[in-house]
Design a protein around this ligand. Structure first.
Ligand code: SAH
Length: 265
């Protein structure tokens, strides 16, 4: 198996339609995950702040061992408090490398998936090109990835179709005081034309194809990464826009995301 195929397999997250399987996965972490978990629970009551810093560092070390190389992405993920984005009952598991339920039959993506997708998306961007980039995220969910994106890039617009999650994200993000992030409620398949064009587009839900609106709202020279469902399951698609009528597609490996749905709820 190629290196790429290996990490993409690891990036798979539980299907929302298979809650038993997802629960099984979450309750049977591998040994590295268990180690992080026990550190979190052992000392959590004493020094919550310090503990979450320590387990975040351990999470980032795990991401590095799993092949994430982008130091900017790793640094931001060392600082964004993922435990504030999951329900209190699950916060001791927030730094395990697993997807966790966030309500409304949706999940917060695995840290590895977040890290790897952003790393791929941002690969050619350095310095000010990176810190000034304008980004569209489709599928805000609980807002965790939106927070990571906002700390890395210039301007982030994130759209969510489930009102309850859109509001939950707003609440989760409030205390982080992120000024360069705009949350939008609506059907992300239409993109957010008012703030287009975007240098980077990232989707956290899989459709059967990449909506035309996303392609049109990309900046020329911009990049898009999205899971796409096909006959054999989902694959991650990387699209680069090279001209007003030219887009180049690279199909990466298998992933498993929640479905991209129509309309709002
Ligand atoms: N970015 C999140 C992942 C959330 S899961 C994280 O940080 O972990 C994917 C999200 O995409 C779900 O909340 C789902 O409701 C949302 N979604 C699905 N179809 C959508 C659409 N058409 N427009 C906007 N959001 C959509």
């Amino acid at each position: 198996m190629s290196k790429m195929a290996r990490w993409m397999d690891q990036a798979a997250i539980p299907r929302p339609s298979a809650p038993t399987r997802s629960r099984h996965r979450v309750s049977q972490p591998d040994s590295a995950e268990r180690q992080v978990d026990s550190r979190a629970t052992a000392a959590e009551s004493a020094e919550p702040g310090l503990v979450s810093e320590a387990v975040r560092l351990a999470m980032v070390e795990g991401l590095r061992r799993a092949g994430v190389r982008d130091s900017g992405v790793l640094e931001v993920m060392r600082n964004v408090p993922r435990h504030r984005f999951v329900e209190p009952a699950l916060s001791s598991r927030a730094y395990e490398d697993v997807a966790l339920p966030i309500g409304h039959a949706q999940t917060i993506s695995r840290p590895f998936t977040v890290a790897r997708m952003i790393e791929l998306l941002a690969a050619p961007l350095e310095g000010t090109a990176r810190s000034a980039a304008r980004v569209l995220e489709i599928g805000t969910g609980c807002g965790y990835q939106a927070a990571v994106l906002a700390r890395l890039f210039g301007e982030v617009v994130s759209i969510e179709r489930i009102r309850g999650l859109h509001e939950q994200a707003r609440t989760n993000l409030r205390s982080l005081r992120i000024a360069n992030l705009r949350l939008v409620f609506g059907d992300g398949q239409l993109g957010v034309p008012q703030a287009a064009p975007y240098d980077l587009v990232i989707a956290a839900a899989a459709g059967e194809s990449i909506p035309e609106a996303w392609l049109q709202q990309m900046q020329i020279g911009g990049r898009l990464i999205a899971p796409v469902s096909g006959g054999k399951g989902q694959a991650l698609h990387l699209v680069e826009r090279s001209g007003s009528d030219r887009w180049q597609l690279t199909v990466l490996d298998a992933v498993r995301f929640v479905p991209l749905r129509d309309g709002t709820a």
